[in-house]
Design a protein around this ligand. Structure first.
Ligand SMILES: NC(=O)c1ccc[n+]([C@@H]2O[C@H](COP(=O)([O-])OP(=O)(O)OC[C@H]3O[C@@H](n4cnc5c(N)ncnc54)[C@H](O)[C@@H]3O)[C@@H](O)[C@H]2O)c1
Ligand SMILES: O=C(O)C[C@H](O)C(=O)O
Length: 343
């Protein structure tokens, strides 16, 4: 009996700690995060993870189908963010108004045998329409682009924002965090290192050979052979395809992507809130190579990108990878720009 009472007292104490940690964050400023495509495979888990983030005060969920259910479900979690769901085109303005961060996973995913570029015809239109509304209703928001092909959807967004007169290159990000998440996991496993301590920069873009993990700059350094580094590079580049094949027609990465998207959005919120030294890899407007968009380490601050880091010293293998990826990345960027200017 005594131990039963003790257990229930301990459980009440645990619950109130939980409530203190997650339900109230008086010290953090109000921040509205909007997810466009919130009822999809990525969108649902991402909505839950953003609801758990104490930096979020309003979580606005928008999708063309299924939003009321997702919003009602997520809203019952006893954390700080107030959840509002929007389900129709006519509500998109309300969903976006006052947003600090807009995350876009709206669009179709790959099936086995497809490349990310095969999604261009459908997703380019979806992304450009949504970005027109972002320009209209929350022109100062930070945009986290998840919809594929990221190598082209980010240039599309930049052109849409330019046409609307709202383009701020410091506030537009292609989310490449999943490549970093994968590189960290695969490297730590091969090297026998605790994964939480491992970091690996991944640069370039987000498709096939344009994904270039820099294992020569991995931390901590493990003594891995060239063959192993080549295999790790290939596995990171093919990580998305590995999941697409395993899902056998039922879509692409959703859970690991939601995790990666939540990590990156959290970094953006921390930057906005003035937390120092927030550094993540992201695909941004860049001058570190001759290409107008390139993923590399960026420091996030109160206005978005605060600093873009150079590539640092590359191994011979990485230098070859860099030389080889440029043509494909260039053509994906040009394809996006051309689309946005024709439509
Ligand atoms: N950047 C990355 O690392 C990464 C990783 C995984 C997936 N992706 C991409 O993310 C996208 C979404 O993947 P998913 O698995 O969540 O797909 P999904 O089909 O499960 O979900 C997409 C959602 O978008 C919604 N949607 C479509 N058009 C919309 C519009 N105009 N407005 C609002 N919502 C709209 C759909 O209703 C659906 O709920 C795909 O393009 C996929 O390739 C990117
Ligand atoms: O591979 C895909 O199509 C989805 C995503 O880009 C990924 O890397 O998992």
């Amino acid at each position: 009996m005594r131990s039963q009472i003790l257990r229930s007292v301990q459980s009440a104490a645990h619950k109130s700690n939980y409530t203190r940690n997650y339900a109230s964050s008086a010290a953090n400023p109000e921040r509205k995060v909007t997810i466009l495509g919130a009822a999809g495979g990525i969108g649902q888990s991402l909505s839950m993870l953003m609801k758990l983030n104490p930096l979020v005060s309003t979580l606005s969920l928008y999708d063309l189908a299924g939003t009321p259910g997702v919003a009602a479900d997520v809203s019952h979690i006893n954390t700080r963010a107030e959840v509002v769901g929007y389900a129709e085109d006519s509500q998109l303005g309300k969903a976006l108004e006052g947003s600090d961060v807009v995350i876009i996973p709206a669009g179709v995913p790959r099936k086995p045998g497809m490349t990310r570029d095969d999604l261009f015809n459908i997703n380019a239109g979806i992304v450009s329409n949504l970005c027109k509304s972002v320009a209209k209703y929350c022109p100062n928001a930070i945009v986290n682009m998840i919809s594929n092909p990221v190598n082209s959807t980010v240039p599309i967004a930049s052109e849409i924002f330019k046409k609307a007169g709202t383009y701020d290159p410091k506030k537009l990000f292609g989310v490449t965090t999943l490549d970093v998440v994968r590189a960290r996991t695969f490297y730590a496993t091969k090297a026998g290192l605790p994964v939480a301590e491992v970091n690996v920069p991944v640069v370039g873009g987000h498709a096939g050979i344009t994904i270039l993990p820099l294992f020569s700059q991995a931390y901590p350094q493990a003594n891995l052979s060239e063959d192993i580094i080549e295999a790790l590079t290939k596995r990171t580049q093919d990580g998305g395809t590995e999941v697409v094949l395993a899902k056998a027609g039922k879509g692409s990465a959703t859970l690991s992507m939601a995790y990666a998207g939540a990590l990156f959005a959290d970094a953006c919120l921390k930057g906005l809130n003035g937390v120092p030294d927030v550094v993540e890899c992201s695909y941004v407007a860049s001058t570190i190579t001759e290409l107008p968009f390139f993923a590399s380490k960026v420091r996030l601050g109160k206005d978005g990108v605060e600093e873009i880091f150079g590539l640092g010293p590359l191994s011979e293998f990485e230098q070859k990878g860099l030389d080889n990826l440029k043509a494909e990345l260039k053509s994906s960027i040009e394809k996006g720009i051309e689309f946005a200017n024709k439509n």
